[in-house]
Unconditional design. Sequence first.
Length: 406
Amino acid sequence: MFHRVLFALRGSHAYWRSVPFSEIAELYAARFLRVVAQNLVDAFVTVYLYQQGYSLLFICILIGTYLLYSVFWAYLAAHIVAWLGPKASLLLSNILAVPALVSLALIDTYTIAATVGYFAFQAMSLTLLSVATDVQFSTVKHDREAGRELGWLYIAEKIGAAIAPTVGGFLAFRFGPEAIMWTASLVMVAAALPLLASPESTQRRQRVTYHGFDWKSLGKQMLSPVVRGADSVVSGGLWALFVAIVIFGTASNAVYAQLGILSSISFVASIAASRVYGLLIDRSRSKQLLRFGAYLSILVNAARPFVTTPVEVGMVNIANEARVSAYAMPTVRGQYDMVEHIPGYRAVYFAFTDLFFCLGGSLIAFMAAACIWWLGDINGLKAVFVLMAGLIPLVLIHGFKKLRMN
């Protein structure tokens, strides 16, 4: 089993001794399977919509509207996680993902109705997943070695993300893109099973309160998730579309296999980086790592418009995974430290972090739609890449004292 190998590699000095081994194993196993299921689909959704006849402009508007709708669900996620507990919320997230994937598989038949169904259920599922995962992991992290454990969580995600795109790409190439959605649905059900193995370990039926919450500190820290949300849209769906249209072409399903292989290679390369970054965080190098990630992000996004070959795509993808982990891991560590100083507001804090993340993604998607409307499909995408290169340094405005000190 994956989690047995993972814990064997970590050795006997891991500090999560206060948490039952079974609970940590369930958390890693469920996360791994969820990432596999999600990445079977995520790398190809925008390309699949484009193949179904949706224009690039309409796809950007869809993404922007979907993420704006996710803002509403991020607010509700705080209440759901506080009432059900993080583990039950993760289970509910997996359940909601199944109708989303089924809807995606039925787009060819039900077109816009199935598209709306996919994005509606996906918004519910992913906001719950994000908030519940952060609440669950932040409750068991250790101050002195949180970077190391965060690195292991990222490695679990990267391994799942490395496997899924290639498998999904070849499924789509051999059996059609709908096969990815049905396979992902089955894996999503499997991802729920580890969460049923033990009861909720945190207090349930808690009510969310906003009275006394430190809104001033929150405001200083919300620019970073806005930028990270925008970057996620650009380096995810928009970049996949650019590569599919400009480099490979979308006439046949071979594009899914090609995109999948390149995605998997980049994720494999990022596994070692996640481990190293985690150790650097624990050695008080978070500030330097964050800066490295931000500066590398400028170069990566600025290089995207000039990519013309599959080899160049692979190089950009590898650099992309290295730079995202470099700026995201110190920021997440800062967030986990922050919630220790605001007891009773853990779910609220992470819900608002996700809210601003979705807001940033929505804003850049609508900006992309405006660029495409004004400049055309390809030039519009290139303009968005350059725009993102200019915006990414704002991730350095994070508001975390610990990241300013080390």
